[in-house]
Ligand binder design. Structure first.
Ligand SMILES: *Cc1c(COP(=O)(O)O)cnc(C)c1O
Length: 367
């Protein structure tokens, strides 16, 4: 028996013919870039998020980089972000030559702490807020603080496709939002893809121009910092097949979270945060534990895929260690050593979830 952390073959099989037909149609057309599929997906995803603009790009990290450039972030600037979200924002900030400024996260929700942002906001050019694991951050408070200082807020919504609060989806809350459609995300392509979405037509136009070499028109490089980051037609065609299923898939993820919560409640030395509300797309189902490496090894031995998202905070990564600023990060530090991700995807069966629960309980209770 093997239960994978994520089994992408099941989704492929469920959609099989539809995906093959969509990809085949692109090949038959012989038009691979900047065509009707990308335009169609951009319109459909913008409408889904409830904003006026979506710019299809090559990846989520590119989306973060181009969003930062579009609001004017340059090499002398600092950008506030968190250090527990996998380092993608840090990568984008460093590509520009800017400096990440890490602030701590709240214990509940594990997202950026408004009071920590308040302490740092006077010194920065932009804020990147990640909706970690799919749970929307405290956007009302974070945006109020940023507004007071005229600092733009960029959502990293790579975990949060479809998460919604008071009728407003991830992507429609900040000044701009960045999505990844890496295959394992809640909405995943058959390869790399990403997007920026925004209500602001000027920011969208700038992102679009930056993604095409900064050209104003063909071979006229107008904007500095431009490069190639186009979404391709095949990925857009795949995403158009999958987008209509996203809400149903997210409901399945919420159901998986509810099963885990019911099965794991009361287990000693196991931390469970409430999950699966409407403002949570349950990209990852994460528990907190002591002795994580022993539990990870035990799960693996029993055939259960598990992981740590993310084990090393950004300020301790060799790539960022010597070029960042940071406030105090006690919660970030504690969480990085304790978080453990369990298999969670729409196609996992209820029996499989029950098996993971049984194995994890046995590992912890026998400890
Ligand atoms: C996956 C991910 C990204 C980056 O997306 P890519 O498409 O892999 O570049 C950014 N932020 C978060 C939180 C992610 O999980």
């Amino acid at each position: 028996m093997k239960i994978l952390l994520n089994d992408l073959k099941r989704q492929q099989q469920a959609l099989g013919d539809e995906l093959k037909t969509a990809v085949g149609a692109v090949c038959d057309r012989g038009w691979y870039s900047m065509g009707e599929e990308v335009r169609g997906f951009e319109a459909e995803f913008a409408a889904y998020c409830g904003v006026g603009n979506c710019v299809g790009l090559s990846s989520g990290t590119d989306a973060l980089e181009l969003a930062l450039r579009s609001v004017g972030v340059g090499p002398c600037d600092a950008v506030v972000t968190v250090a527990n979200a996998g380092g993608y924002a840090s990568t984008a900030i460093r590509v520009i030559g800017a400096t990440p400024h890490y602030v701590d996260v709240d214990r509940a929700g594990m997202n950026m702490s408004p009071s920590a942002l308040d302490a740092a906001i006077g010194q920065v050019a932009a804020v990147i807020v990640t909706h970690l694991y799919g749970r929307l951050a405290a956007m009302d408070d974070l945006i109020a603080i940023a507004r007071q200082h005229g600092v733009p807020v960029i959502e990293d919504a790579a975990h949060a496709h479809g998460a919604r609060r008071r009728g407003c989806r991830a992507g429609a809350i900040g000044d701009l939002a960045c999505f990844s459609f890496y295959p394992t995300k809640n909405l995943g392509a058959s390869g790399d893809a990403g997007a920026v979405v925004t209500r602001d037509d000027d920011l969208a136009a700038r992102c679009r121009q930056l993604a095409q070499y900064g050209w104003s028109e063909r071979y006229n490089a107008e904007l500095a910092g431009g490069r190639n980051s186009r979404m391709d037609e095949i990925q857009a065609a795949v995403l158009r097949v999958k987008l209509p299923h996203l809400d149903r898939w997210n409901e399945r993820r919420r159901r998986v979270a509810a099963l885990y919560e019911a099965g794991l409640r009361g287990v000693p030395r196991l931390g469970l945060d409430p999950r699966g509300a409407e403002d949570d797309s349950v990209h990852l189902f994460v528990v907190e534990c002591e002795e994580r490496s022993a539990i990870l090894a035990g799960l693996q031995q029993a055939g259960v895929g598990a992981g740590a998202h993310y084990p090393v905070p950004d300020h301790r990564q060799p790539a960022f260690r010597d070029c960042h600023r940071a406030g105090p990060l006690p919660v970030t530090e504690a969480l990085c050593n304790r978080v453990l991700s369990l298999p969670c995807y729409p196609e996992i069966t209820e029996d499989e979830v029950a098996t993971v629960v049984r194995i994890l309980r046995a590992l912890i209770e026998c400890d």
